[in-house]
Design a protein around this ligand. Sequence first.
Ligand code: 5GP
Length: 238
Amino acid sequence: MEKKELIYEGKAKKIFATEKSDLLIAEFKDDLTAFNNIKKGNEVGKGALNNKISTELFKILEKKGVQTHLVETIDETHQLVKKVEIIPLEVIVRNIATGSFVKRFGVEDGKVLPFALVELCLKDDTLGDPPMCADHALALEIATQEELSILKEMALTINSALQPFFAKVGLNLVDFKIEFGRDSHGTILLADEISPDSCRFWDLATNAKMDKDIFRQGLGDVKVAYEEVLNRILGAEK
Ligand code: 5GP
């Protein structure tokens, strides 16, 4: 499948058309951004790592019955995906309080939440991805009630599959952000990526951060951590 015209460029990926109207090519970029684009960086090889990590995780999720946009890996930095209309919501699942949750609610950083919390943010960089509730999404006509229920159920299924998977390889899945899209039949598919750019992983033995917080907080070498996450995923029993 050949790359045709660029149809979208985000902070971490470029999306290209293909000769097939229902398929797209996603290119994983080496760029890193944080704090709504205020901090910018580039790590050669980061895109390839995220492509591999996300592909492995999407395959695990497909086996658990989660429908995703992934069709196949093309090469180091490209994957073939089903065309979807992205629902402009960032669906965030939190197992442990940290990040913006701690800033907003003043609870202790690292507090284990009593249940997996599903949050919604509007996917809009110009507005700073504001947190919203389901009624906001309904009032803004971003998704229907039925779709919102499906998103929540899929988000919790994904967490139930990934949290124990990562625990087995010594990683604490603290929180993560996912995005969904509708295919041409209106079926909701997991889209975008699941990678250390969009998840928080803490080493279960040392509590060391092994995700984009290393870049956000200037804690060290992002790529070393991403490589370690990939190696643990590849070494895991699936
Ligand atoms: P927080 O709301 O605490 O900043 O982030 C919660 C989780 O969602 C973290 O794992 C974080 O990496 C992810 N997340 C939140 N917003 C974004 C975003 O705009 N882009 C990406 N890649 N991840 C995000």
